[in-house]
Design a protein around this ligand. Structure first.
Ligand code: V47
Length: 363
């Protein structure tokens, strides 16, 4: 029981009753220093939805290029195709990369990259086609809302036409990146030249209308304040009420190295767990919250599973975005490691595909 005198007691009562939280509740939760209570409340909500299950998949990241003309302040990607350390893989090179260390049972390729200043729309279609042809059983979760909007521009198509062409080439769903922080006060500082939050949501809505599932994210731990988290999460919740296609929310912990914010420390442990809990509590209409271990760090991700998260992403071979920005969690966990990791906090691993179909009982 939470004593009536506790500042979060009224919010805790709403959570117990399954009542939707409002902005004021969100701000109270975000301002609270009572992390154990936040974690416990969020865990109770995730238990109501998913019991003791923690979902994961066997997946591989493919980043066809790390060249991007946008030059977001938050990102460590390069804007010059000739800069040292850049790559721009042809469709065939993407296939060779995927083939080189293919893990049997891989069910998903997660494909994102920069907005390449020289590539034309057919290059992106060819990447999907080549991968689908070589790996017909693997789900292609590819291209953020930012990339889809860009592809529509360079392809001189509408967004729905672009989505249709991508699907015809093999696209199965979309990842949630590129949302950053929607509030313009912060967006203008960390991603000043990137599409606005409103546009990101519009493109997501068009994907959902076309029947594509997508994910959604929030980048935290840089120059934002807790009120910006609440604003961002409520914008996602409103959009989900309207279009309903978000499967999973992923809080992305900022990695400063190599970015315009290299002097910042990145988020604290408390901030990481608080954002996971807050997102589970506010996003009552998005089924899953992911503890993305590559960005949270392995031990924090494990703790996050007791603070509201029910998904671990996957085995993730070859992740490069976090690595470029100083990530140290590494990539590539085996199924056994992931399952032990989940059982280590008293929960039950469930192998899934990208659309959250359960694939096999835990071993
Ligand atoms: O779009 C860029 C962010 C995203 C940095 O949908 C950074 O299942 C931290 O979206 N520090 C890519 N983050 C990752 C992503 C993702 C990851 C795992 C699963 C899913 C999913 C999506 O990372 C980018 C951008 O928002 N990012 N730079 C950085 N320095």
């Amino acid at each position: 029981m939470i004593p009536d005198s506790h500042p979060l007691a009224p919010v805790a009562r709403k959570i117990a009753a399954g009542t939707r939280l409002d902005e004021r509740d969100g701000l109270l939760l975000a301002a609270s220093d009572d992390l154990p209570l936040l974690g416990w409340l969020a865990h109770s909500v995730r238990e109501r939805r998913h019991g003791r299950k923690v979902f994961y998949n066997v997946n591989r990241h493919i980043n066809p290029t790390n060249v991007c003309y946008v030059g977001c302040e938050l990102c460590a990607y390069a804007d010059d195709p000739n800069a040292p350390g850049t790559w721009s893989y042809s469709p065939q090179e993407c296939v060779e990369l995927a083939r080189r260390d293919f893990i049997p049972g891989t069910s998903e390729f997660h494909i994102v990259g920069g907005l390449h200043p020289r590539w034309k729309f057919p290059v992106y279609l060819d990447i999907l086609r080549a991968l689908k042809q070589a790996f017909p059983a693997v789900h292609l979760k590819a291209f953020t809302m930012v990339e889809i909007d860009f592809l529509a521009k360079i392809g001189k198509l509408t967004v729905p036409e672009t989505i249709a062409a991508l699907r015809e080439a093999g696209l199965d769903s979309c990842p949630g990146g590129g949302a950053e922080i929607f509030h313009p006060e912060i967006h203008d500082r960390i991603a000043s030249k990137k599409m606005s939050g409103e546009r990101w949501l519009e493109v997501a809505a068009l994907c959902h209308e076309a029947g594509l599932k997508t994910n959604c994210t929030m980048l935290f731990g840089h120059v934002e304040e807790p009120r910006h988290w609440v604003h961002h999460l409520l914008m996602l919740r409103d959009q989900q009420d309207r279009s309903g296609g978000f499967q999973c929310f992923i809080p992305l912990a900022f990695h400063p190295a190599g970015t315009k914010f290299a002097d910042l420390p990145g988020p604290t442990l408390i901030q990481k767990l608080k954002v996971v809990a807050l997102s589970r509590l506010l996003l009552d209409n998005i089924p899953h919250v992911k503890a993305y271990w590559v960005m949270l760090g392995r031990e924090v991700a494990q703790l996050a599973l007791r603070c509201g998260a029910d998904d671990l992403d996957g085995t993730i071979s070859d992740e490069r975005i976090t690595l470029a920005a100083g990530g140290t969690a590494g990539t590539g966990m085996t199924r056994d490691e992931i399952e032990a990791f989940i059982r280590g906090v008293g929960l039950e691993p469930v192998l899934r595909d990208t659309l959250y179909n359960e694939l096999a009982p835990a071993r």
